[in-house]
Design a protein around this ligand. Structure first.
Ligand code: P1T
Length: 388
């Protein structure tokens, strides 16, 4: 029997997991078999073929579902695979309303994969829920909410937007990658489904690409399971094991990410060649009150604008030593990147400009290194940027 608890710290370690009945192993075994013996056609122990179901994957799905407070978890080979599969619950002619500021790859799926299939998306600034209400059509079947958004860290009032979607019969999806279930529980606020790129905080060690969808809607879960098997964008058992392993320390990692990010955001605000710092925990963030209401902490991601445009940004990124210049986020190591060129290069230049993703914008994922080392690294990099 798996341990039951109302506490996420306990669920992160035990949910969906019991010692292996065969060996007593306390860690979930990595089951690599691609197929499972049947006593007779259709007579089996719950597993047939590993695209359809795998014990290691099932354990991961149950653990993340428990953390999000959902009944069903469905795992995929990447966050993008999770998103694309979820969007395949729609039909040609259906309409999506999405946050205007989303991960560049999410925009690319909506614009370059789904639109040609007849599924149109309208992107709006969801910081004002009225914009969502105005964009709704009779054919709107899904709301795609990212909060905090990537990379501008705008917040969306999940309860308000979910109420708008529910009143019109649209499926409300929240990409909870930046917040994690430790800081934000969208299902409890009215969302139908939560999506994660498990590549990020849930795994936490920058050695897996994966994704998951959690929902308590039985019909949606059944359709997702069908599509998971039919489309086949599934994660490997080894990757599922690594995410399960990473999840065990998610609660303590998030505590430290939030603590260090808060200190760095305040410090950045005091630096003369930093024009603007965006972090939902700062009093300068226009939605700090919503962050306090909706989130258990403002997260580990910070965006800021360095004075001096692209030359300054390039000098900064070339100087860091503790921060690593790389795409992605949510790992134990601190990462730094330039959204306009890197993660959001697939967003058209005019849309980037409208959102404020300009040449001086830098995004950092604050890792678990000593705060003093992180600050000293940024101080040296900002000094180099000032000389550029
Ligand atoms: O990379 P993948 O596992 O496919 O996840 C895509 C994805 C989905 N949603 C959000 C909010 C994301 O940030 C991402 C991936 N983002 C990055 C790689 C990045 O550096 O922002």
């Amino acid at each position: 029997m798996a341990v039951e608890s109302e506490h996420l710290d306990t669920l992160a370690i035990h949910a969906g997991q019991a010692p292996d009945p065969v060996s007593g192993a306390v860690m979930t075994p990595i089951v690599l078999a691609s197929t499972f013996a049947q006593d007779g056609p259709g007579v089996h122990k719950g597993f047939e073929y590993a695209r359809t179901g795998n014990p290691t994957r099932q354990t991961l799905e149950r653990c993340i579902a428990a953390l999000e407070g959902g009944a069903h978890g469905v795992a995929f080979g990447s966050g993008c695979a999770a998103m694309t599969t979820l969007l395949h619950t729609l039909r040609p002619g259906d309409h999506v309303v999405a946050s205007d500021d989303v991960y560049g790859g999410s925009f690319r799926i909506l614009d370059k994969v789904m639109r040609p299939l007849g599924i149109e998306t309208t992107q709006v600034d969801m910081t004002d829920p009225e914009n969502v209400a105005r964009a709704m059509r009779d054919t709107t079947r899904m709301l795609w909410v990212e909060t905090p958004t990537n990379p501008m860290l705008k917040l969306v009032d999940i309860a308000k937007v979910a109420a708008i979607g529910r009143a019109r019969g649209a499926t409300v999806v929240v990409d909870n990658t930046f917040a994690t279930p430790m800081l934000q529980r969208p299902l409890a606020l009215g969302a139908h489904a939560v999506l994660h790129s498990t590549t990020k905080y849930l795994n936490g060690h920058s050695d897996v690409v994966g994704g998951v969808v959690v929902t308590s809607e039985d019909a949606l879960a059944e359709r997702l399971r069908f599509l998971q098997n039919a489309i086949g964008a599934v994660p490997s058992p080894f990757d599922c094991y690594l995410v399960l392993r990473g999840l065990k320390t998610l609660p303590v990692r998030m505590e430290r990410h939030v603590k260090s990010a808060g200190a760095i955001a305040e410090w950045l605000e005091a630096q003369p060649n930093v024009a603007r710092v965006i972090y939902p925990g700062l009093s300068s963030h226009p939605q700090r009150a919503l962050a306090e209401r909706q989130m258990a902490g403002p997260g580990g991601m910070i965006s800021f604008v360095v004075r001096g445009g692209l030359p300054a940004a390039r000098a900064l990124l070339a100087t860091v030593r503790v921060f690593c210049c790389a795409e992605s986020l949510g790992g134990v190591e601190s990462l730094i990147e330039h959204p306009a060129i890197m993660t959001h290069g697939s967003v058209p230049a005019d849309a980037r400009a409208a959102l404020g993703i300009d040449d001086g914008l830098i995004r950092i994922s604050v890792g678990l290194e000593a705060l003093e080392d992180l600050r000293a690294d940024l101080a040296a990099a900002l000094a180099a940027a000032a000389r550029a």
